[in-house]
Design a protein. Sequence first.
Length: 254
Amino acid sequence: MIEVRNLSKRYGEVVAVDGVSFSVERGEVVGFLGPNGAGKTTTMRMLTGFLPPTDGEASIAGHDIFEDPLAARRAIGYLPEFPPLYPEMRVERYVDYVARIKDVPRRKRKEAVDKALERCALTEVRRRVIGTLSKGFRQRVGLAQAIVHDPPVLILDEPTVGLDPIQIGEIRNLVGELAGGEGKHTIVLSSHILAEVTAICRRVIMVNEGRKTVDASLEELTTGGHTLEELFARETARDVALAKDGASAEEVAR
C-alpha cells in the first residue's frame, strides 16, 4: 500500500532525510518513531505531497507521488501535527468543504460527511463553530477531515499532541477503531507517547538523524520483557554515541 525507496530530502548541505526505504502492507498499523528533528515529519510531508523529495521514489496505493501526484494524494488522509482547521466555520460545513476538495461525488457527499462525523463522535457538535470547541474536539475534527473521502491510507502526525489524559484515551480509541474497522485503513502513526504506539501499532519504524534505524514488529522488539521505551532510549543513545569522534559500534555496545 505504501512503498518508499531511498527517499531523501536536503536543504542545502543539511540532510533532513537520508535514503529512507520501507513498505507498509494493506491494513498494517505502523508506529513511526524518532526523537525531535529525526526526519519523521519531513518524511510524512513528502509522502503526502506537501514537500517535494530531493531523491528517491515513493508510491501510495499504487500511485507514484511523482508521476501521478493527484491520485496519490486522493488515496491519503493526512492529519498533521496542527490540523488545518478554519476556526470561524461550523464543524459540518468544514467537513463538507473538505469533502468537496477531496472530490467526493455530490450524490455521496452528505452520507460521507455524516459518516465521518459519526465515526469521530462529532454528531452532537456538528453545528458548533470550530473555534469554540475544546482541543480534543478540534483534534476529532482534524481526523474527520482526514477520513471523509474514505482513503485507504491514513498518515497521522502526533494525533494526541497537547491533549489531556482523557482526550488522549478518546483519540487513541478512535484511531484503534479506524485501524480495525470496516475497510481496515492502512495507518502510519507518529507519536512521542510510546504507550500509544504500543496500544495501537503492531510494527515500529524508527528514524534518527534522517536515517532508518529500526524496522520490526512490536512483538519482536519487546521479546524478553523489553519495553518500547527502553528500545527508544537505547537506539537514540547509540546513534548519538556513534556520531562522536571515532566511536565505533563495538565501543558503543560496551
